[in-house]
Design a binder for this molecule. Structure first.
Ligand code: PMP
Length: 410
């Protein structure tokens, strides 16, 4: 007799294969988190190189103090959405701080970064609008398009030329507008969008440009506003979204706009209206982190230097890297089984990176994805390089052990 779960048989087979090789990569449990770059699994201390903690602010004393004070002042939770339970001072304070930092008249904060894109894309695109989305768009952008009745067209990754061709082909939209959605720094390969060119193409066709700067806010640009600022076009971008869960060391998200009319969407965005608002402590930690971002040129310099050090080290070891140096450095592996085996080996040897496999990766690639932090020291980067060197040196032994594990489990 068939069951509701039969459709997951192929997925279960993949998980079983991973488990035969080692731990469940989607279920790693840290027994302790010691700092922005150190954790513990069982009795082993692990160097964290897959946290997206780009500025290393999770243990910053001011961010921690702000979160603690918010709990003392306003309690542990909001127990409802802003439309039902009202807005807290923390929410508006953070919205104003982000709007001011980005020099935009409107900013709305959300409970997570994922919900930000669901809400904003879902709220902005009406039935007659057309969403143009980069082929490598993050899951929450794709899911955002599913909350609208707008039609969606994908264009080639990071190709303003392909976008231009598709906008031309579509021609004027009767009663609607193009909404072009890209990211600043792409989270899997660590490659960067030519935002300045996307601004030109989008506006030439009467469209609106929306950038998800989840991995780039705080990290790029003279004042940390992101890739758009870095490329000198911050004032031309229509919408910038971001998350608090990376450089801002908390949980939540925001979308800011140079159009003050964006405010009206608070009354229609379902993932804003029908979910509890972020807790005072999450919001206050992010608020303190925004100040760190603004004054964080030294953190960005550190991060850049560490990224260059790691990229150089891995290139010298002849690893196949997916992009130029950035805080995300992805190492391409031949297939999922090898990547899983190496990922386990790295953990056993004291380094935690991300195992990234399809469908979460572009071009169906299997990756060992490293994300760096301004808190990483030079010595820690050397340790990561050393661990990858060990991977190369122990390939033969690893292959044999993997074959044995797979055989033993049959
Ligand atoms: N946008 C991008 C590009 C992301 O990579 C992510 C998550 N990694 C999000 C949005 C969602 O952010 P959050 O995890 O804070 O919900």
């Amino acid at each position: 007799m068939s069951t509701l779960f039969d459709k997951y048989a192929p997925l279960q087979a993949r998980v079983d294969m991973m488990m035969k090789i080692g731990t469940d990569a989607l279920g790693v449990k840290f027994d302790d988190i010691l700092s922005a770059t150190r954790g513990r699994i069982d009795n082993r201390e692990i160097l964290l190189a897959g946290t997206n903690n780009y500025l290393g602010l999770t243990f910053d004393p001011d961010c921690m103090a702000a979160a603690k004070k918010a709990v003392d002042d306003h309690g542990t939770g909001t127990t409802g959405s802003r439309v039902a339970n009202g807005t807290y001072a923390e929410h508006t304070d953070l919205e104003h701080a982000l709007a001011e930092h980005l020099s935009m008249p409107s900013c709305i904060v959300f409970t997570t970064g994922y919900q930000t894109n669901l809400a904003a894309i879902g709220g902005l695109a009406g039935d007659k609008d057309v969403i143009f989305m980069d082929a490598d768009a993050h899951a929450c952008i794709i899911d955002g398009t599913r909350l609208t009745n707008a039609s969606t067209i994908r264009f080639r990754h990071n190709s303003p030329e392909d976008l231009d061709k598709r906008l031309k082909r579509l021609g004027p939209i009767d009663g609607g507008h193009p909404l072009v959605v890209i990211e600043g720094l792409y989270s899997m390969f660590g490659d960067i969008a030519p935002v300045d060119e996307f601004v030109d193409v989008t506006h030439r066709h009467g469209g609106y440009l929306y950038i998800d700067e989840a991995h780039s806010y705080g990290v790029f640009g003279p004042t940390g506003c992101g890739i758009a600022e870095d490329q000198g076009v911050l004032d031309k971008v229509d919408f910038i979204s971001g998350t608090f869960s990376k450089s801002l060391a908390s949980v939540g998200g925001f979308c800011a706009s140079r159009h003050k009319e964006f405010e009206i969407t608070r009354k229609v965005m379902r993932p804003y209206m029908f979910t509890a608002s972020a807790t005072p402590s999450n919001i206050s930690a992010a608020r303190a982190a925004v100040d760190k971002v603004k004054q964080g040129a030294h953190l960005r310099e550190n991060l850049k230097a560490r990224a260059e050090q790691l990229h150089r080290g891995l290139s010298e070891l002849n690893f196949d890297l997916c992009a130029d140096p950035s805080p995300v450095i992805a190492v391409r592996r031949p297939n999922e089984a090898v990547a899983a085996m190496e990922w386990n080996w790295l953990i056993e040897n004291g380094v935690y990176v991300n195992l990234a496999v399809p469908p979460g990766t572009p071009q169906s690639s299997s990756l060992l994805r490293i994300s760096l932090s301004a808190a990483h020291t030079k010595t820690e980067i050397d340790a990561i390089i050393g661990a990858f060197k060990g991977l190369g040196e122990n390939q033969g032994e690893m292959m044999q052990s993997m074959a044995a594990k797979l055989q033993a489990a049959e």
